[in-house]
Design a protein around this ligand. Structure first.
Ligand SMILES: Nc1nc2c(c(=O)[nH]1)N[C@H]1C(S)=C(S)[C@@H](COP(=O)(O)O)O[C@H]1N2
Ligand SMILES: [Mo]
Length: 590
């Protein structure tokens, strides 16, 4: 208890009620990711990616390698055959592969375009790899917000086991450090800083790109302006596949297939990445309920995955064709801003490749050596947006009885202390919720008293940081009721929730939340779930709900609430157990 607190009148408040749970927090310092990472979580590799066909058949995507090869060989044979057909030859003469540009269209590429092209590629390395790491933390995709057994259409993991207390954390899989960023298992906290942090740079680069292409006329080379791009692109496809390639004229005008690929990348895939990314935000989904009813987090997440697939396939084909269709000339165009066969572009390209390879190789080891730096840098970049979205009060956000999910994942580390076991054995008759800190009326409340307070109910959607979701009905007490009861002092700015359960690494689980959010419509302490008493697995006897935040902030098995000036004075000082131990962040509206 901070010493500057005026002591409460001893005859009114027993000493024990003012006792803080802070002494039970871990003060371990985690400044590297080493063997003990996340409670010594062992590596687990899951299974090769597979997609569901029909009801319950699964297709291993590795089959695409031989199948794709056979299809390619067959397509080449077909294309070569087609080119001997007179009608096809006529068609290809009429549509040689290019749409005409307006006379004012710019020729060649300005230097800013070269820089933006490089930065774009550089940022994508980190965005895609950290995206894979995030996917590996919940290696399943769904089309419905009810992410339960039988609902996934994609998985890199075995079917969900029948064990009712199986957790999403147990379900996470390992990625090698050179593939995922930062690699290993359950490193989603750091992966998100990379993903969201570099996203802001990618977005800024993209906005500058849009402004510049539209103000310089370069846009005209990226947008199909005439319907003839369609027959022209078919013509180009036949030319590529028949191994008799079109004339390279990239300096003045792209071929139609190239144009369509660039158009999709710049004007469809990139904006869709942003929109579907934001579609996974708990705060925005709750606020823009009418959007998320249709485009649920899981639709957003699945589409986000397809955007990634598009980018990866695009990059592979793009780089292959750049190299195969006159590499020196093509590299001169984009890296040296000249249209000749000199080696100038190649050397600038080679230097940029060195930067990318070093960046690729260094990112994971550096993250594991300096995770706090990544946490800080990530927060500096995306934190402003995360804080901004926290202010959208979660109204209207509610669902109806028929939206309730049949399966609701469990997560976290279950309580195993004798103290908790004794309370549970006694049906929580001896349970007391201790609320203290910077309040005028510190209290201890038993469950009978809690159930006697104004009843609050809400049907809301849960967003776990790992990516699964579920809708449940929560019954309990609005946090506003608690605030009215204990009367926080003006200095109280943060509210700490303490659990009976330890975190993965020892020391009790806790989380800090801003006091404003305690007055939000959908912030509550729940003792019931789906009209039944809250189960052991879901946090009995009491858990937090705050629907503008991600799931890890909703402490289960709550034993105490403390109002404080700032979370920096509590535990490891980062605003929550997972922030202290697993490098998560404290504002988790996205
Ligand atoms: N005490 C405690 N509370 C916790 C956790 C935990 O590990 N310990 N995990 C959190 C996470 S990551 C999520 S997603 C939700 C999961 O709640 P559920 O098990 O009811 O689905 O609880 C949160 N509350
Ligand atoms: Mo979570």
């Amino acid at each position: 208890m901070p010493s500057d607190l005026p002591a409460p009148a001893p005859d009114v408040v027993p000493e024990a009620v003012m006792k803080s749970f802070r002494s039970e927090l871990s003060v371990k310092k985690h400044d590297v990711i080493d063997r003990d990472w996340a409670g010594g979580i062992p590596a687990q590799y899951g299974v090769a990616p597979r997609i569901r066909i029909g009801h319950s058949k699964w297709f291993n995507l590795l089959w695409f390698i031989p199948i794709g090869f056979v299809i390619l060989v067959a397509a080449i044979a077909v294309a070569r055959g087609l080119r001997t057909v007179p009608a096809v030859q006529d068609f290809m003469t009429t549509y040689p592969g290019q749409s005409e540009l307006p006379s004012w269209a710019p020729v060649g590429f300005p230097a800013w375009l070269g820089w933006q092209h490089f930065l774009n590629a550089f940022f994508l390395i980190f965005i895609i790899r950290s995206g894979w790491q995030i996917l590996a933390d919940h290696p399943r995709l769904y089309w419905t917000r009810h992410s339960g057994p039988g609902k996934n259409w994609f998985r890199m993991q075995h079917p969900i086991p029948p064990n009712p207390l199986y957790t999403a954390k147990e379900d996470s899989i390992t990625l090698p450090a050179g593939v995922g960023l930062p690699g290993r298992r359950h490193t989603i906290g750091l992966a998100r800083w990379w993903h969201l942090g570099v996203d802001t740079l990618f977005l800024a680069n993209g906005i500058i790109f849009y402004v510049l292409i539209f103000s310089t006329g370069q846009w005209v080379r990226l947008v199909p302006l005439h319907w003839d791009v369609i027959p022209n692109s078919i013509s180009v496809a036949i030319q590529y596949l028949s191994m008799n390639w079109p004339l390279e004229t990239g300096w003045t005008n792209y071929n139609s297939l190239q144009l369509i690929a660039y158009f999709i990348t710049v004007f469809i895939a990139a904006p869709l990445a942003l929109i579907t990314g934001l579609g996974m935000s708990p705060a925005l989904s709750t606020k823009f309920h009418w959007v998320s009813r249709v485009l649920s987090i899981q639709v957003a997440r699945s589409l986000h995955f397809f955007v990634m697939v598009w980018f990866v396939v695009f990059i592979v084909i793009h780089v292959t064709l750049v190299m195969a269709t006159g590499a020196l000339q093509n590299l001169n165009h984009m890296f040296a801003m000249r249209d000749d066969d000199s080696w100038a572009g190649f050397w600038i390209f080679a230097a940029s490749m060195v930067v990318m390879i070093v960046g690729w190789g260094a990112a994971s080891p550096a993250t594991r050596r300096f995770p706090r730096v990544i946490q800080k840098a990530g927060y500096a970049l995306i934190g402003p947006a995360q804080r901004l979205f926290e202010h959208v009060d979660a109204k209207p956000g509610q669902y109806t009885e028929k939206d309730i999910s049949p399966y609701f994942w469990h997560n976290g580390k279950y309580p195993d202390s004798d103290e908790y076991q004794r309370l549970r054995d006694g049906n929580f008759a001896d349970y007391r919720l201790r609320i203290n800190g910077l309040v005028d009326n510190p209290v201890e409340l038993d469950l009978v008293t809690l159930r006697g307070l104004d009843h609050h109910e809400q049907i809301t959607q849960h967003f776990c940081i790992q990516g699964w979701s579920g809708v449940a009905k929560w019954g309990g007490v609005s946090m506003q009721t608690i605030v009215d009861l204990v009367r926080p002092r003006p200095e109280a700015k943060w509210v700490i929730f303490y659990s009976f359960a330890d975190g993965s690494d020892g020391g009790i689980y806790y989380d800090a939340q801003p006091i404003e959010q305690m007055s939000y419509d959908l912030t509550m302490l729940a003792y019931d779930m789906n009209d039944e008493t809250l189960s052991y697995g879901h946090g009995a006897p009491l858990r937090l709900r705050n629907e503008v935040q991600l799931g890890f902030k909703m402490v289960k098995w709550i034993k105490g609430i403390e109002f404080v000036e700032h979370f920096a004075e509590v535990g490891g000082g980062h605003g929550g157990y997972n922030n202290d131990h697993e490098f998560f962040g404290y504002s988790q509206s996205i």
